[in-house]
Design a protein around this ligand. Structure first.
Ligand SMILES: Cc1ncc(COP(=O)(O)O)c(C=O)c1O
Length: 460
C-alpha cells in the first residue's frame, strides 16, 4: 500500500463518523474505501472492482463516471455557484421545476426544493399541517404510514418512519404519527391473521386498515398518508393490484392527502419517471431526491398538487419553511443534465425492457433452501432469506446477527458485489443497480449471490 492510501485509511479510522454504522465492526479491519466509479462498477482504494448492485444507495441511475454531469456542475459553479430560493429564483431551479412538473402525473405542478429525501418528507408533513390550517381544518395534523417503512431521519420524518429500533433512542419524537400494515404479501397470513388471501384481497385488506386508522384517530385530525410506491425497508413490497386505487378512494373520502414517498422509486427505478405512473395512481404530493441528479450533486424535492398551493397565494401568507441549499444551482444544473441523459438514452425504456430478465435471474435463485421470496419491480428487488422455506420461519436475532452482519454483507462485498443485507424487517438482500445495467451485470449478480447464499446456508 502507498503512503497516501495509508493516510486516507487512517484518516477514515480516526476522524470519520459513518452513518448507521457500528464502528466496532472496523476495529480489526480497515473501512472499505471507494475511490472511483465507471458505469455499473466502483473501485476501492486497492484497485479492486465491485459491481454496484445498489446504485450507491438507490441513487446513481445513469451510472458512475459521466463526464457530462461533472461538466454541467463545473459550468454552473462558474456561472452562479450559489443563490438561495428565499424570495429569489435562479434559472436552473426554475427550469428544473418546470421540467419535473411536466413529468409528474396530474396537476402536481408546484416544486419545493430541498437537499435530500428526509427534508422532502419533513416538508410534506409541514405543508400538510399548514395547508389544513389555512383551509379551516386546523385540527388535521396527524399522519399515517406503514410498518417497517423508512422515511428519513429528521425528527418529523423519523416519526413517520415505521422502524421502532431507529426511533427509540430519540423519543419523544413529533407526536401524531400512526402505523398501519404494509403490503408484504409473502407474510400476509401472519400480518392479517387471515389465511390464503390473494394479492388483490390482501391489498384491499391492507388499504382498508388505513380507513380504519383514520376512523380511529378521527378524520378531522388526520392530514396525510405516507406510502412508497414499492416499500423499501423490509425488502421491496410492491403494492398488490388495486391497493393504491383503494388508498386514493380512502384519502378522497376523508379529505386526507396521499403522499407518495418516491425518494427511491422516482427517476426510473421502476421503469417510469415517477412511481405512481407504474401503478396508475395520482398522489397529492410526491417526495423525491436520490436519482434526480444520479448523485452527482445533492438535491431533493416535494412536489405538490397545484390545489395545495392555492391558499398560499393570499396577501400575507407564506410557507414558513426553507433550506439554505434547497434547489442549489449546481445541483439543479446537474439534475437537468441528468434528465437529458434519461431522454437521450431512453433509460425508462431500457429498465422496462430488462425488468423481466432481471426478475428471471433472481427468481432462478429460488431453488436455494435459504431463499424464501423474491419480489420487486423495475430495477428494485429484494430477496427474503428464511430458515425454513415450507413454514417461512425466519431467523432468530442471534442467527440474523451472525448471518447478515457477521457473514453475508462482507462475503458479498469480498466476492465483488456491493449490495445490502438488511434486517430492518425480516432478513433480506436488496438489489438496485444503476439503470444502465443489463444482462451481463444481471448474470454477475446472479452467480455471486448463488455462491455466497449457498455458503451462508452451509454455515447456518
Ligand atoms: C423512502 C425514503 N424516504 C426518505 C428517505 C430519506 O432520504 P435522505 O437520506 O436523502 O434524507 C429515504 C432514504 O433512503 C427513503 O428511502
Amino acid at each position: 500500500m502507498t503512503q497516501p492510501e495509508n493516510d486516507v485509511l487512517k484518516a477514515a479510522q480516526d476522524h470519520l463518523w459513518l452513518h448507521f454504522t457500528r464502528h466496532s465492526a472496523y476495529q480489526q479491519s480497515e473501512i472499505p474505501t471507494i475511490v472511483r466509479g465507471e458505469g455499473s462498477y466502483v473501485y476501492d482504494i486497492h484497485g479492486k472492482r465491485y459491481l454496484d448492485g445498489l446504485a450507491g444507495l438507490f441513487v446513481v441511475q445513469v451510472g458512475h463516471g459521466r463526464q457530462e454531469l461533472a461538466e454541467a456542475a463545473a459550468k454552473q459553479a462558474q456561472e452562479l455557484a450559489f443563490f438561495p430560493l428565499w424570495s429569489y429564483a435562479h434559472p436552473k431551479a426554475a427550469e428544473l421545476a418546470q421540467r419535473l412538473a411536466a413529468h409528474t402525473p396530474g396537476e402536481l405542478n408546484r416544486v419545493f426544493f430541498t437537499t435530500g429525501g428526509g427534508e422532502a418528507v419533513e416538508t410534506a408533513w409541514k405543508l400538510a399541517k399548514q395547508y389544513y390550517k389555512l383551509v379551516g381544518k386546523p385540527l388535521k395534523h396527524k399522519v399515517i404510514s406503514r410498518q417497517i417503512a423508512y422515511h428519513g431521519t429528521p425528527q418529523g420524518a423519523l416519526s413517520i418512519t415505521g422502524i421502532p429500533a431507529f426511533k427509540q433512542m430519540f423519543e419523544p419524537l413529533v407526536p401524531g404519527s400512526v402505523r398501519v400494515p404494509n403490503t408484504n404479501h409473502y407474510r400476509a397470513d401472519e400480518i392479517s391473521g387471515v389465511k390464503g388471501m390473494t394479492p388483490e384481497e390482501y391489498g384491499r385488506w391492507a388499504a382498508d386498515r388505513v380507513a380504519r386508522a383514520i376512523e380511529m384517530e378521527g378524520p378531522d385530525t388526520v392530514a396525510a398518508v405516507f406510502a412508497e410506491p414499492v416499500q423499501n425497508a423490509g425488502g421491496c413490497f410492491p403494492p398488490p393490484p388495486g391497493y393504491f386505487q383503494r388508498l386514493r378512494e380512502i384519502c378522497d373520502e376523508y379529505d386526507v392527502l396521499l403522499v407518495s414517498d418516491e425518494v427511491i422509486c422516482a427517476f426510473g427505478r421502476l421503469g417510469t419517471m415517477f412511481g405512481g405512473q407504474k401503478f396508475d395512481y395520482v398522489p397529492d404530493i410526491i417526495t423525491c431526491a436520490k436519482g434526480m441528479t444520479s448523485g452527482y450533486s445533492p438535491i431533493g424535492a416535494m412536489i405538490a398538487h397545484e390545489r395545495l398551493f392555492e391558499p398560499f397565494k393570499g396577501d400575507d401568507t407564506m410557507f414558513a419553511h426553507g433550506y439554505t441549499f434547497g434547489g442549489h444551482p449546481v445541483s439543479a444544473a446537474v439534475a437537468l443534465a441528468n434528465l437529458d441523459i434519461f431522454e437521450r438514452e431512453d433509460l425508462l425504456g431500457h429498465v422496462t425492457k430488462n425488468e423481466p430478465l432481471f426478475k428471471q435471474t433472481l427468481d432462478a435463485l429460488r431453488d436455494l433452501p435459504i431463499v424464501g421470496d423474491v419480489r420487486g419491480s423495475g430495477y428494485f428487488w429484494g430477496i427474503e432469506l428464511v430458515k425454513d422455506k415450507s413454514t417461512k420461519e425466519t431467523f432468530n436475532a442471534e442467527e440474523s446477527e451472525r448471518l447478515l452482519r457477521g457473514f453475508l454483507s462482507k462475503a458479498l462485498f469480498d466476492a465483488g458485489l456491493y449490495c445490502r443485507a438488511d434486517d430492518r424487517g425480516d432478513p433480506v438482500i436488496q438489489l438496485s443497480p444503476p439503470l444502465v445495467a443489463g444482462p451481463e451485470e444481471f448474470d454477475e449478480i446472479g452467480s455471486i449471490l448463488r455462491n455466497v447464499l449457498t455458503e451462508a446456508w452451509a454455515r447456518l
